[in-house]
Design a protein around this ligand. Structure first.
Ligand SMILES: [Fe+2]
Length: 160
């Protein structure tokens, strides 16, 4: 269980870092940068939350159900790979949005496959909230991509 939570914290932190770096790209449209910035803030809050949960006494972390830990590793590897790509390549806005969309989809799958229930109802609620947050991120990224597509059709000179 501790290992699972450590992985969760790492995933949230890596996602936060990826979004921070994308938000820092001065070449991106300001609306897209603001979107990445908002997602960075959310992921930082998630990382802190998972960190706090890890400090709870053992009995609070008892769970009902099964964990699919390997999916945590998939999310970890995905988030790490995204960070490397951001560092090495100057992704276009569209590519950055598409990669972020894939990342959130991966996180959603991770939460679905780890639909574990904590004995402690408060912790169970917190964990469900983290899963819902990923869905909200995905919706936000998709609408940002849609918006960007419309802008580009109006003004094809915009790059990315
Ligand atoms: Fe998150």
């Amino acid at each position: 269980m501790r290992q699972f939570l450590t992985n969760c914290e790492k995933i949230e932190y890596l996602a936060a870092t990826a979004y921070r770096r994308l938000a820092a790209n001065r070449g991106y449209d300001s609306h897209i940068r603001e979107t990445f910035q908002a997602l960075n803030k959310d992921e930082m809050a998630h990382a802190r939350l998972v960190n706090l949960i890890q400090h709870l006494p053992g009995q609070d972390l008892e769970i009902v159900g099964q964990m699919a830990q390997e999916d945590g590793n998939v999310s970890l590897i995905f988030a790490q790979a995204l960070l490397e790509v951001i560092d090495k390549e100057n992704l276009t806005e569209v590519d950055a949005l598409l990669m972020a969309i894939d990342l959130e989809k991966c996180f959603i799958k991770f939460h679905v496959n780890n639909a574990i229930d904590f004995h402690n109802p408060r912790i169970a609620r917190l964990f469900k909230k983290l899963g819902h947050a990923d869905q909200k991120h995905l919706d936000r990224l998709l609408s940002c991509l849609h918006w960007w597509g419309k802008i580009k059709r109006k003004d094809p000179s915009k790059m990315g």
